[in-house]
Design a binder for this molecule. Structure first.
Ligand code: HAM
Length: 422
């Protein structure tokens, strides 16, 4: 029968890579714990309304990129294109605001967007993100921004720059909207059909359009930073001051508007110039009005999400070596039925003691088993033959330095093994 390939824009994460993913995820989980963020897991699909309301009906994500379908009960559901909307829904629905504020949540999830696949852009991809609720002060914005910054530092990544902007509040954006409409109106017919529609509904979205022509038209568009009200200006200044106090370098980029509708005030992106056109590794910002859109009481919110595939690409590109985890402490090579039974017993004891132990399942020759042990990266091997069984001993070989030691089977335990590997 013909083979079936994975759907376009998806990728298998195979065992040769999943170890690296796991290491990065472990570093992320540790860092989140240090900051006091706790994990949240929400459904992979939500009522479509969650994203239409949350992300915004004029965004590219909602108009073009969602995997939306009717389930067997006739409800419209959507595979999450991002994490924030579902988490705000969960925050309101589960009354998390009744627990200690601020609420600090993090997630490592799969997301789905029907985009044109290219390097760093997939249809199924992974995000690491955090969402923080209940803290309006600018110290929060800088603290949230410091987390991905610290992550990059921790893994030894250089060359990722932080770009920062403020897109103000409803009041500032009202005036800005007027300015954008009068700017774009004169070149209306040059805009793509989607942007022509956006001109009336949400002109800021034009600034985010991926079409070359719309980008060209938008080149000299007014900048939001010229329209900030006094409060938003003060908030932005304070965020910048805190970042400076933290020793975090940034560049103000008034062109960052982000592709999702829920933001207000601070928005930011961490950008790499090492992985091609899709260089935004991480993006986020403040979204103070969002809980109300989900029927909740007002609660300020702020967060970010990092594209894991892009992060892994940057790490690879930069040649960052993460400390490799040992995959197997001891590979047992039993010869014959009695030896197999002894191997099974010994392995059970060592597994219970916490060691990583495997034995041959294919009854191969010693040579073939040795080769296999080498391929899986076993730190030690031990041949169990008749003479060893009679003596009640075993000779353990350290595959890393070639040392060998004969010890009583009863003395072989995980502690001894750990010492022997060192
Ligand atoms: P976003 O900018 O749409 O923001 O996505 C965040 C990150 O996800 C991007 O910077 C990129 O690294 C990665 N990403 C997005 N689309 C793709 C794709 N098709 N393939 C690979 N990677 C992709 C959000 O999703 C917001 N929810 C972030 C946020 C959280 N804001 C506040 N809280």
């Amino acid at each position: 029968m013909a083979q079936i390939s994975a759907p376009k824009g998806t990728q298998d994460i195979l065992p040769r890579d999943s170890g690296r993913w796991l290491q990065v995820e472990n570093i992320i989980r540790e860092l989140c714990a240090q900051y006091g963020f706790r994990e949240i897991r929400t459904p992979v699909f939500e009522h479509t309304e969650v994203f239409v309301r949350g992300v915004g009906e004029t965004t590219d994500v909602v108009t073009k990129e969602m995997y939306t379908f009717e389930d067997k009960g006739g409800r419209s559901v959507t595979l999450r294109p991002e994490g924030t909307a579902g988490i705000v829904r969960a925050f309101v629905e589960n009354g998390l605001f009744n627990e200690a504020l601020p609420t600090k949540l993090y997630y490592l999830i799969q997301c789905f967007r029907y985009e044109k696949p290219q390097k760093g852009r997939l249809r199924e991809f992974h995000q690491f993100g955090v969402e923080l609720f209940g803290a309006p002060d600018p110290i929060t914005d800088a603290t949230v921004i410091s987390l991905p910054y610290r992550l990059f530092q921790k893994v030894g990544l250089r060359g990722i720059s932080l770009e920062l902007n403020s897109i103000g509040c409803k009041e500032c954006r009202g005036k800005y909207r007027e300015a954008l409409i009068s700017y774009f109106e004169k070149d209306q017919e040059k805009l793509c059909p989607t942007c022509r529609e956006r001109l009336e509904k949400n002109p800021m979205r034009i600034l985010d359009c991926k079409s070359e022509i719309c980008r060209e038209v938008a080149k000299d568009a007014p900048l939001i930073t010229d329209y900030l009200c006094g409060d938003c200006e003060a908030h932005f200044t304070a965020v910048k001051d805190y970042l400076t106090t933290m020793g975090i370098e940034y560049k103000v980029n008034p062109r960052i508007v982000r592709g999702l509708d829920y933001y207000n005030r601070t928005v930011f992106e961490f950008v790499s110039d090492q992985i091609g056109a899709q260089g935004t590794v991480c993006g986020g910002g403040r979204y103070d009005g969002m809980t109300e859109q989900f029927g909740g009481a007002p609660q300020p919110g702020i967060g970010f999400a990092m594209g894991m595939e892009r992060f892994m690409l940057v790490l690879e590109q930069a040649g960052v070596e993460l400390p490799a985890e040992r995959s197997c402490d001891l590979f047992l090579i039993p010869l014959g039925d009695n030896a197999c039974k002894e191997a099974v017993k010994l392995t059970a004891r060592l597994l219970d003691e916490g060691a990583k132990v495997q034995y041959d399942l294919l009854r191969r020759s010693v040579k073939a088993q040795m080769k296999y042990a080498d391929k899986i990266g076993a730190a030690c091997t031990a041949v169990l033959g008749d003479s060893e069984l009679e003596e009640g001993t075993v000779t353990v070989k350290n595959m890393l330095n070639g040392n060998q030691e004969k010890i009583a089977l009863s003395a072989l335990n995980s502690k001894w093994l750990e010492e022997f590997i060192k």
